[in-house]
Design a protein around this ligand. Structure first.
Ligand code: SAM
Length: 160
């Protein structure tokens, strides 16, 4: 598969899962966390579809389109492994994480801390959406959408 096709599949999966959550799943009260702002495409989609909630974004630096600048208190700059700790236990409703690199050895390091952090960020019943698989006893994988390729993108409901 070309890298273009792979990119398109990833973006389509993100959008379709987020739209499915909006249209068909219940979300508890709480903020939305965008873990890995990048150039802000997904953040823009989150704002359009979950704009009635606080949306907090994380990245090493702000590199999104300037029209997407969040309120200063909603942009958390730095290494997510450290900055994310400040949102553990704060009861987020939805966490979207798109910080995979496509390099298995780098992603393996991220996966040493990301599942615990995401589970800790969510309130009970909250939903995690992730490009990397989040193996965690409190995260129950939700059924793959028919148009999302197996192993491409994942989403989970936080249990007790
Ligand atoms: C694939 S991009 C996200 C793309 C985003 N979904 C969009 O719509 O543009 C991943 C982003 O996460 C950031 N990132 C990855 N790992 C990080 C880490 N450990 N700490 C802080 N930022 C990180 C990178 O700087 C990059 O901007």
């Amino acid at each position: 598969m070309s890298r273009l096709d792979s990119f398109i599949n990833r973006m389509t999966a993100q959008r379709d899962i987020l739209n499915h959550i909006r249209d068909a799943l219940s979300l508890p009260d709480g903020a939305v966390l965008e873990v890995g702002l990048g150039n802000g495409r997904t953040y823009s989609h989150l704002r359009e579809n979950f704009g009635d909630r606080r949306i907090v974004v994380f990245d090493r630096q702000f590199a999104a389109h300037k029209t997407l600048a969040p309120e200063p208190e909603d942009f958390i700059e730095g290494e997510i492994r450290e900055t994310g700790q400040g949102f553990v236990g704060k009861g987020a409703a939805l966490v979207h994480s798109d910080i995979g690199t496509g390099y298995p050895e780098k992603d393996a390091i991220t996966l040493q801390w990301l599942p615990d952090m995401v589970a800790g960020m969510l309130t009970e019943g909250g939903i995690a959406v992730s490009g990397l698989p989040l193996s965690h006893p409190q995260l129950e994988e939700l059924p793959r959408l028919p148009n999302v390729e197996e192993g491409r993108y994942f989403y989970y409901r936080k249990t007790v």
